[in-house]
Design a protein around this ligand. Structure first.
Ligand code: ATP
Length: 457
């Protein structure tokens, strides 16, 4: 698969490594996002890249010495009793600046708890002649090592880079898809390039699902557990919470009831899952994010959302190799699943972007009770709602992931609902349809998959 995106990240890393003084760069982020690949692309043959494992520290130093010997001959002929002597020996041999990258740095710290203090000492002495890049997948540990104010390396990094998932337009480029298929595939694999590679090796999305996720031998069959191993203590509880949310328990009270625990016990694990990027809080437009009553918890990561909706409830069928019930579940709900992801992509596309000549702030959903023409209460919902930065316009959007719609009818209904909103009079209402296909009647206010891909570039 061709390498895509990461232009800004690569530039930032290159820049940090080319500064006048040697730099300490920290890179972290969820597994399989492409941290190692990005670093290796930026490093040259004069640099050293070392991938740590969980073996004991003397063994790791022996392995690292071997890699360093590729640029400093015979470096591995000596034995280094501790990390400090090894880093100082590298400094002694350095005549021109190079970069030493320690990938999976948290594994080294697991074996040698003194390592952060050793590095702190070396960095504080300002004598290091080489750059250090420290990389890791455990977001928890990387946070604890560099961003916690009590940690020895706190404030020592010249650059801290948290790698994010790759955005929608690049899956289209990597897998040569049309916009509609890019959205469908992104709904399953999200922005993780390793998953895109697994998909690329299969003839169709369906084939890739059955081979990689919906099979006990699939590479991704246990993937969430592997991801949690990096960062959460209680994997069973975490997985249980994700399952409940993935199958429709979205309010704190519902999740707590299903877990049979008081809601207060769940605030920490939920916050943790939000920090890790696996969950998000959905709050209606105009409501404070901290409003717990109005908040809905949703799975933020597309791959996880697919997994907890389609894999976990069907685990016993998958274990027995029974395809039929899973095929039925996919036939009945996959399209609806993609449509939820489509809504989210539409909101992301609008946020901070220029839509029909107007720039909008953060787009959210809106749901609530309004009073209709007959003064009767009515429950209404908007898939997308955003206020223009100049506060003059309110974009209200309806998303559909179905075959061709009647645009006039959808727009009229959107306007009818919007005009009942108590805050409608403060704005000029801008109705927008976000549709899978162009509407039967060309209403002119439709945004299609190719437009969303373009907006997300
Ligand atoms: N920007 C990219 N474009 C295309 N493919 C990529 C990109 N980045 C990474 N990949 C591919 O994705 C896979 C995972 O990348 P990589 O091993 O670098 O991730 P990582 O974040 O270091 O993962 P881990 O923490 O699991 O080691 C690799 O096989 C790589 O080829």
């Amino acid at each position: 698969m061709k390498f895509v995106d990461r232009i800004d990240e690569a530039a930032r890393l290159k820049d940090a490594l080319a500064r006048e003084k040697s730099s300490l760069v920290v890179m972290y982020g969820r597994r399989r996002l492409g941290k190692s690949t990005l670093i290796k692309r930026v490093l040259s043959d004069n640099d050293v890249y070392f991938l740590a494992d969980r073996s004991e520290d003397q063994h790791q130093r022996t392995l690292l010495a071997k890699v360093i010997a590729q640029i400093f001959p015979d470096f591995d002929k000596l034995t280094y009793p501790d990390w400090e002597s090894m880093f100082r020996a590298v400094n002694y041999r350095t005549d021109k600046r190079f970069t030493l990258c320690l990938d999976e740095f948290p594994y080294l710290v697991e074996q040698s708890s003194e390592l952060p203090s050793v590095l702190q000492k070396l960095v504080d002495e300002k004598q290091l002649k080489y750059n250090l890049v420290l990389c890791g997948s455990s977001q928890n540990m990387m946070y604890g090592l560099f961003l916690d104010s009590t940690a020895p390396l706190y404030g020592r990094a010249d650059e801290i880079m948290k790698l994010a998932p790759i955005r929608l337009p690049y899956i289209q480029e990597a897998l040569s898809l049309d916009a509609m298929n890019a959205i469908e595939e992104y709904a399953v694999w999200g922005g993780v390039p390793r998953y895109w590679e697994l998909r690329e090796n299969r003839s169709s999305l369906d084939d890739a699902l059955w081979r990689n996720i919906l099979s006990v031998n699939g590479t991704l069959y246990e993937e969430p557990i592997k991801l949690f191993q990096d960062d959460v203590k209680d994997i069973v509880k975490t997985s249980t919470i994700m399952s409940y949310i993935g199958t429709g328990a979205n309010r704190l009270s519902e999740i707590a009831a299903r877990c049979n625990e008081p809601a207060t016990n769940l605030s920490r694990p939920l916050k943790k899952l939000i920090d890790l990027g696996f969950l998000e809080k959905d709050v209606p437009f105009g409501i404070d994010e901290k409003n717990a009553k109005k908040s809905l918890y949703k799975i933020a990561d597309p791959f996880m959302a697919f997994y907890y909706q389609f894999v976990v409830p069907n685990r016993s069928f998958i274990e027995l190799g029974r395809r039929l019930p899973i095929e039925q579940a996919l036939n009945a709900h996959f399209s609806e699943y993609v449509s939820m992801k489509w809504e989210k992509l539409c909101r992301d596309a609008v946020t901070g972007n220029l839509v029909n000549g107007v720039v909008y702030g953060k787009a959210k959903r809106w749901w609530g009770t309004v009073f209709n023409e007959d003064k009767k209460p009515e429950q209404v919902e908007f898939d997308v709602m955003a206020e223009s930065l100049d506060k003059k316009y309110l974009l209200v959007g309806e998303c559909k992931w179905t075959t061709r719609e009647n645009g006039k009818q959808l727009t009229a209904e959107l306007l009818r609902k919007a005009n009942m909103l108590p805050f409608a009079k403060n704005y000029t209402i801008v109705p927008i349809l976000f549709l899978k296909n162009a509407p039967k009647d060309d209403v002119g206010n439709a945004i299609l998959p190719e437009n969303v891909v373009e907006l997300m570039r």
